[in-house]
Structures are given as C-alpha cells and as structure tokens.
Design a protein around this ligand. Sequence first.
Ligand code: NDP
Length: 331
Amino acid sequence: MKWAVVGASTIAAEWMIPAIRSQGDEVVAILSSSESRGLDYASQHLIANAYTDLATLLAEQKPDAVYISTTNELHRDQCIQAAQAGVHVLCEKPLALNLDDAVAMVRACEDAGVVMATNHHLRHAITHQALREQIASGAVGTPSAARVFHAVSLPEHLRGWRINKADAGGGVVLDITVHNADTLAFILGEYPLSVMAMTQNTGMGEGIEDGAMSVWRFPSGLLAYTHESFATPFADTGLEVHGDQGSLVAKGVMTQQPTGDVWLRNGEGRMRLPLDHHNLYEEGVSQFRQAIFSGSHPAADGWAGVRSLAVALAVLASARSGKEEVVDYGA
Ligand code: NDP
C-alpha cells in the first residue's frame, strides 16, 4: 500500500514512518509547508518525493492512505481534502480545535467511503488491553474510581507550538487529556458525562496551560481523576481502576514506549499480570490496514477522535468557568 505522510513531524520520523514500513508499505511522499524542510526530511527518511501542496501530491502520487501529523489547526482541511480524493485517513489527535471541525472530518470520510482512524496509540498497548479485559471479566467487581497519571516532561525539542501557539492547538489539555479520555473510554467502556477541572501554568507554557487536573463523572457513577503536565520531569505515569472486589494498578503505561506493568490486588493478594509487549504504533497501522482490506473496524475510529476531543474541550471549559461542565459530544 502507498502512503503519503502529511507533515514533516517528529512523531512521523520517530514512530510512524518506521511503523508504516514495518507492515511492508511504502511512503511515497512527504508534505511540508517548506520546500527546503520537505526536501531535507525526504532525504533523511528515504522518501522519494516532497511536496508543498496537498492537491498536487494527491493528484500525482495517488496514495492509498495519508498519515496526517501536522499541527492541529491543519488536520481538518487536510483530512477532508484527502477523503474527497478517495484516500484513507489516519489522523493525529486532537483531530481538530473544535467539535464541529472534527465531526466534519469524520463525515467527509464517511461520505467518501474511506476508512478514518485516530492515532490514539494507547489502545494498542498490551497493558491497556489487559486492563480492559480484567475489568470486563469482573476482576475488580464493580469499578467505582479511576486515576490517570499522565504528567511528563515535554522534551526540549518539542517545546515549540505546544507551549506557545494556542491557535495551533497548543496546551497540555489538547495534547494529553485527549489520550486520557480515549484510554479511559477504551478500558471502562464509557465516556464521561461531565468534568470539573483546573489548569495551571508553571512557567513552561507561554500563555498556555502546561498542567491540568480534573475529575470526570461517568454514566455508571464512576469518578475518574486525571493529571496531565508538560513540566514534571520526575513523575511516573500510571493508571488505576478501583472496584469493590479488587484494584488494578498500572505503572509506566501512559507512554509511547511498549513498557509498563499491571498488578491486580484483591483478597488473595497482589499479582503481576503476564504481558507480552509490542510496538503500539505498528499495531495501530496494522489495524488501520486491516480496516481497509477486510472491512474490520480500526481500534480508534474518527468518532473516537471526536469524543476524546469533546472531553478535552469540556476540561478547558470547566477550567475557565470554574464549574462542572457537561461534555458536549455533538452529533
Ligand atoms: P512537530 O512539531 O515535530 O511537527 C509539527 C509540524 O511542525 C510539522 O508538520 C512541520 O511543518 C513543523 N516543523 C517540524 N519541525 C520543524 C522545524 N524544525 N522548524 C519549523 N517547523 C517545523 O510535531 P509533533 O510530531 O510533536 O506532533 C505532530 C502531531 O502529532 C500533533 O497533532 C500531535 O498532537 C500529534 N502527536 C501524536 C502522538 C501520538 O502518540 N499519537 C505523539 C506526538 C505527537 P511542515 O509539515 O509544514 O514542515
């Protein structure tokens, strides 16, 4: 299968181009807004063609799929343009800066009959899959609480638009809270009804929040607490789910790396679950391809991207209003 990579980005270089190639697929072109950056990127990553115009790329290269990892304000138009050219779309999170744009992207893909997936890689972690299976099998009884620790140190080389460009979708909430929303929904099988949040700026963010904490209320009555930060270099990541029969505790799992451990604690003691880790991004590309070739469903489809964005937008709204905000999932 032929792919075009839309955006000369770090995530494409570090994870997604290797993941695409791991499936035997070819990256035929890169799109960059800068001709020189595009050519440099193409040469560095052995991509035969570089473009600065998406329409020309699509017309000349006729890719089967695009992987979109430009800054967030650009995802909408690029996704819709690719869909209208009949090209399948794997798009980065957050899908867009507002719900209407994200819904328009999904609808454009549906209208064009192409597969759309959101690159919520954490669904592909064996750790989160184990958490989901344990909860579904009743290992903790009825879950009543969850906690997500997703506070990290934003690497120096990524301290650009994420901390200084609100109109590109900067800020820790659009960057990380969307992942927490998607991961909790994947594990628990439900999305929050409402959220109550506070954000902070510790000095890394230049006029944008670089930390957030919030409490989410789920339809089942479960409460979840989440912490996101760009500015906590010594924090560990983790996820916990507590029920009346047991607790699941996962450490080192909110990450790009295939790492981390999951423990089940109950009346019989504390047991570490046996896990066989695999590359999260390769698994995501593999499932996206299966959706194209065999009509299966991508793990995180376009609607999953809409819903995770809806939760993040509610978190931002609550931080502004100081009130519990109902999550508006749109259509
Ligand atoms: P980058 O900052 O690396 O790249 C984003 C854009 O910035 C590129 O498309 C490029 O524009 C421009 N750019 C990159 N390097 C330079 C440079 N040296 N000078 C000037 N401009 C440059 O972003 P990320 O890779 O961190 O993130 C891209 C997208 O992927 C975002 O939507 C983000 O949320 C998402 N993401 C998802 C992850 C996941 O695990 N699912 C992990 C990390 C990011 P151009 O294309 O015009 O050259």
